[in-house]
Design a protein around this ligand. Sequence first.
Ligand code: NSS
Length: 431
Amino acid sequence: MKRVYIEELGRHVGEEVLLQGWLYNKRSSGKIRFLLLRDGTGVVQGVMMKGAVPEETFVKFDDLTQESSFALRGKVRKEDRAPGGFELEVSDVTVYAIAKEYPITPKDHGVEFLADRRHLWLRSSRQHAIMRVRHRIIKAIRDFFDDRGFTLIDSPVLTPAACEGTSTLFETEYFDLGKAYLTQSGQLYAEAGALAFGKVYCFGPTFRAEKSKTRRHLSEFWMVEPEVAFADLNDDMDLAEEFLEYIVQSVLKDRAPELKALERNISFLENVKRPLPRISYDEAVAILQSKGLPFEWGNDLGGTDETVISEQFDRPVMVHRYPSQVKAFYMKRDPNNPKVALAVDVLAPEGYGEIIGGSQREDDLDVLLERIREHNLPQEAFEWYLDLRRYGTVPHAGFGLGVERTVAWICGLDHVRETIPFPRMIYRLTP
Ligand code: NSS
C-alpha cells in the first residue's frame, strides 16, 4: 500500500493509502470515532464506524493518547466539512508507541513553560506555520542571490577579531593560538569574496553576546550578507529594496495558509513593493523631534525611535547616512559630509525595527588604518583585511539581513524567540 503525506491527499481521492504520524486529538460521537493524525504536513481525521471495522481495530481508539505514534490505512474521501478538505475512511490502525501523558495540552501555557519544552512545542500547529514561513524566507533568500549571479562564499564561525564592536564578542581558547571569537558577522570575509568574485553572499549563524533582554535580540541568529564590488550606497539600497520585495512576495504567494493560521494581517506585507521610501538620518531626527521626542543629533536610533519612524510609513523605510561616531569602523564617510557614514538601516513597519544594516565600505587604506586605531582594534588581526585595500581596492558595499527579525515581522510575532527552532538568549541555552 502506498504511504502518502497528508498534503498529498488531494491526489489520492478514492484510493486506499497509508498515513503515518502522531495523534493530534481524538473524539467520538455515538458509534463513530475520529482520530486526528498529524504527520508534519497537515492534520487529517480518520473516521471509524463501529461494525464497519473489526472490533480489535475499533478499540485501539481507547489506547491512543495525545502524541502517540501510529498509522492509519484507509480510503481517502473528499469531505468539505473536514479540516483540510479530506478525511480517511479507516480500515486499519497500527500503534507504534503509546505516549506518556503529554505536557502540552490544548489549555493555555505560559511562554517559559513552553520554551522549556521547545523540543515538543515545535509540534504545535502555530510553530509549524512559523517554521514553514521561515523555511520559505530562507529559500527566497538563496533563490534571489543564486538567480542574480552571486556566488555563495561562506565565512568562518571562529574568527580572530571583532567585526561589530568588541562589547558583544563570545570568546573561546583556541589551541596554542590564543583567543578565538564566534563571528558577529561574515562581512569582512564577504568583502574578500567580492574582490575575488564580484558579487557574493554569505549566509550562516552569527553570534552576539547581547546583554539586552529585548524582543528583538538573540545571542545566536542567522544573517545573510551580500557584498558587491563596484557598488556604492545607492546601489546597496537598490539591492536591499529589490531583495525585500522578493522575499515578502514569495511568502505571500506560497505561504498564505500559514499566514492565515497565524492570523497575520497581510495588508502591510502586500505593500512591500519598490520603491521603498528613503530618508536621511537628519530627516529621521526631524521626525522624532516633531513628535516631541527628546532626541539629539549624534545618537543611534533606539527601539522606540525606530518604532516612531517606521509608523510614518506603510512599508519598510530606509534610513541612510548615520553619524559615523555610532557606526562601525569599516563604513566609508560621506565625502560631502564627513560627519556621517554611508550607512543604511532598513526599518520594518508596524514597529518591528531594524531588519537590515548595511553600508558602503571604506576602500582607502590610510583612512581605514586610522579608523582601526580610533576604534582601538588590533591592527595585526586586520592585516589580511587591509590587504583588500592594498591590492586593487574598489568601491564596494553590502548589507546584512537578520533572518529572525524578518520572520518575526512577516509572521507578525511579538518576540524573536518563536522564529528560530531553538533560540539562544541571555537567559536561555536549553533545550
Ligand atoms: O549589526 S548589523 O546591523 N550589521 C552587520 O552585522 C553588518 N556587518 C552587515 C553587513 O553589512 N554585511 O546586523 C545586521 C542585521 C540587523 O539589521 C538585524 O536584522 C540582525 O542582523 N541582528 C540581530 N538579530 C537578532 N538578534 C541580534 N542580537 C541581532 N543583531 C543584529
